[in-house]
Design a protein around this ligand. Sequence first.
Ligand code: NAP
Length: 258
Amino acid sequence: MTNLKNKIVFITGASSGIGRSSAIKFAELGANLLICARRKERLEEVSKEIALRYKTNVHSFQMDVRDHQEVERSLNGIPAEWKNISVLLNNAGLSSGFDTIQEGAIEDWEAMIDTNVKGLLYVTRAVLPGMIERKEGHIINLGSVAGRMVYPKGNVYNASKFAVRALNEGMKMDLLGTPVRVTTVDPGLVETEFSVVRFHGDKERASIVYKGITPLTPDDIADAIVWAATRPAHVNINEIVMMPVDQASPMMVNRKSN
Ligand SMILES: NC(=O)c1ccc[n+]([C@@H]2O[C@H](COP(=O)([O-])OP(=O)(O)OC[C@H]3O[C@@H](n4cnc5c(N)ncnc54)[C@H](OP(=O)(O)O)[C@@H]3O)[C@@H](O)[C@H]2O)c1
């Protein structure tokens, strides 16, 4: 088993959902948490919760992964004792809008590509050289079943998650010969703020996505992430694909009425 006690785990998008749950699960294992997102107050709540429940250190900072300069500045500026990152969870991501290509909003497309693809690259580029130098590290990317199967109106979100899967495969190849591990975790429906964000704050529309099914929880995904991160050092879990029992593909769900 890889022991994460006192190791540094860096999670992007830890202010909510899967990132937040993962921060708590890694803290349970005694890891020190470096967490970022855009919403500072939400990060502070997560930090407080961890500090209250576990004897680990948390360092949180506001960072928008879409901004290359901000990513470089923030990661260069983290205190020296936080620089030796053992696990990077590239979790920050979103879907924005649910329209056909012919009706899609350019700003939604930019938000998804800039966050899910370019943001993931910026953060990885800043963190990986240190892992290679220290001969220790694990990159865990949040993909999606949307990166394996396209669905109507999923278009640009699908493309961004297909890109995450390609990058995950590419990282695995480029890191061959180093001890750095690479994993993609690709969930189906997980109830988080994801759908509220997709529907631009429309909570009622978002709730319909999970109506009549038992979706995955952020803790379910965090369990899988922590499992992959704690395998023995010679074991690389390349891909984890997981769906609720009530789902068979992005569009096939078993919805019970009432
Ligand atoms: N929920 C699902 O059904 C599902 C399924 C498959 C894959 N995923 C993937 O899982 C990941 C986490 O999503 P979630 O379901 O946990 O949704 P969520 O609850 O909306 O969480 C998304 C997180 O990403 C952060 N984030 C978004 N844009 C950011 C930016 N530009 N810079 C920094 N942080 C940013 C958000 O924080 P701030 O808003 O505070 O910045 C938030 O902490 C995403 O990559 C998503 O695509 C989700």
